[in-house]
Design a protein around this ligand. Structure first.
Ligand code: NAD
Length: 429
């Protein structure tokens, strides 16, 4: 009801099929309108500060030379050095990277982390590459971006199809060129290279913390609350495990191979053991097999989409029966589904808040590396909980103040913070 844009600015073109950039811009436009953002600031904040495309020539193991394309987009660095993951995918586009970079700006602003937003990608299919080829791509991508990356400039992290090992290669390549070991240039590193305790579970832990906050707002007790989780990777499995530890009943889980339902609650320890032995949930016997669509549409207290983007659209939103949606994934809900969910009274904890636990502990990792002083797991988790709860409350208050959804409340909070900071800094010419 409140989330319809009334634009004074030139509207962002929207096509029938949404891509993440369009979805992001639709929400941005609504928040900018409510804030009465002046046109110049609006243009400034929607435009990435830097977009770099690099060519990555690699001699493959069979002797052929193949050229890969890599991107790094810095959306904004007004609040501090830019921060954002690097994904490897055969179909990744510059538009997708631009949307993800902007999301990082808003995420860091909401979390009160002194970082701007960035994202990077290489168009490649990791399933067809050998480890040697993957290392070569990573090192050449890094060396092409030496002038962009840096602990005070732009700090990469893992994203889809990149991991601790890839971060270790980036850190090593950067360090070789700088002639010194520079651990703070990436986060999500192996512990032995200056990674942080608790980083691997941080995103799922953040999801758990904000889900508990949302349950409280809805007057639902955590003990016995029913949860369905889409995706059983890092974010989905950790969220399921931590919510189960809080007494919630995980009635549904899924991964790319299938979905499972158990009214009495899925034994998450068993599911984790199954996934670790078989690599996927395929054949899991702890629940009845249901379809992927049925999982999303289960009657439950909380749905946690923690797999990929565009899972909840205008087509299936009318059939969603959860009372709360906690967006573990980035962009799981199309902008066109927002008003439908809101009309149904579903409380959606938006991705830029729900999955911000990862970047928060990345910030802790960067701070520990720079101080050369490492925290206990207990300290990491306590500080994460404090920041997540504070941001959840701030987003909730912003939504109440403007009578909007939590998502638009979050965008308002983020855009306002970046815009105010920009105004105080002024425009350098
Ligand atoms: P992951 O690769 O560890 O896990 C992804 C899971 O989703 C796998 O279990 C996969 O089988 C499943 N999946 C893929 N397609 C599916 C489909 N169509 N239906 C059901 N399941 C499907 O990835 P992850 O790190 O857990 O990330 C998941 C999402 O969370 C992504 O959108 C990512 O951008 C976002 N995210 C991750 C982090 C992090 O710290 N890992 C931080 C912020 C946001």
């Amino acid at each position: 009801m409140f989330d319809q844009p009334i634009l004074h600015h030139e509207p962002t073109p929207i096509t029938d099929k949404e891509n993440p950039l369009e979805s992001m811009m639709r929400r941005f436009d609504i928040a900018a309108e409510i804030l009465g953002l002046e046109k110049g600031l609006y243009e400034y904040l929607k435009t990435p500060a830097k977009q770099v495309i690099v060519s990555i020539p690699i001699q493959m193991d069979d002797g052929r030379i193949e050229i890969f394309e890599g991107y790094r987009v810095i959306h904004n660095d007004i609040l501090g050095p830019s921060k954002g993951g690097i994904r490897y995918a055969p179909d990744v586009t510059l538009d997708e990277v631009k949307a993800l970079a902007a999301w990082m700006t808003w995420k860091c602003a909401i979390m009160n982390i002194p970082f701007g937003g960035a994202k990077g990608a290489v168009r490649c299919d990791v399933n067809t590459l050998t480890k040697v080829e993957l290392e070569k791509i990573t090192r050449r991508y890094t060396s092409n971006l030496l002038d962009v990356f840096g602990p005070d400039r732009d700090i990469p992290a893992p994203d889809m199809n990149t991991n601790e090992q890839v971060m270790a290669w980036i850190m090593d390549t950067y360090s070789m060129h700088m002639r010194r070991t520079e651990t703070a240039v990436v986060t999500g590193k192996p512990l032995i290279l200056g990674g942080s305790l608790g980083r691997r579970e941080a995103t799922g832990r953040g999801c758990m913390i904000v889900t508990l906050g949302a349950l409280e707002k809805k007057g639902i007790k955590a003990k016995g609350a029913t949860i369905a989780v889409q995706g059983f990777g890092n974010v989905g499995s950790t969220t399921a495990q931590l919510l189960a530890e809080q007494g919630c009943t995980i009635v549904g889980i899924s991964d790319v191979t299938g979905a499972y339902y158990n009214k009495k609650g899925i034994d998450i320890a068993k599911a984790l053991a199954w996934a670790s032995t078989h690599r996927t949930l395929d054949g899991f016997t702890g629940g009845d097999k249901i379809t992927q669509e049925e999982l999303l549409e289960l009657e439950c207290d909380v749905l946690v989409p923690a797999a990929k983007e565009e899972q909840i659209t205008a087509a299936n939103a009318p059939r969603i029966r959860a009372k709360i949606i906690c967006e573990g994934a980035n962009g799981p809900t199309d902008a066109s589904a927002d008003p439908i969910l809101q009309e149904k009274g579903i409380l959606v904890i938006p991705d830029i808040l729900a999955n911000a636990g990862g970047v928060t502990v990345s910030y802790f990792e960067w701070a520990q590396d720079r101080a050369g002083y490492f925290w206990t797991l207990d300290r990491v988790n306590r500080r994460l909980e404090r920041l997540m709860r504070a941001s959840f409350d701030a987003v909730y208050q912003s939504a109440e103040k403007y009578s909007v959804s939590l998502r638009i409340g979050a965008y308002i909070l983020a855009i306002d913070k970046v815009a105010k900071t920009l105004k105080v800094r002024g425009i350098y010419a």
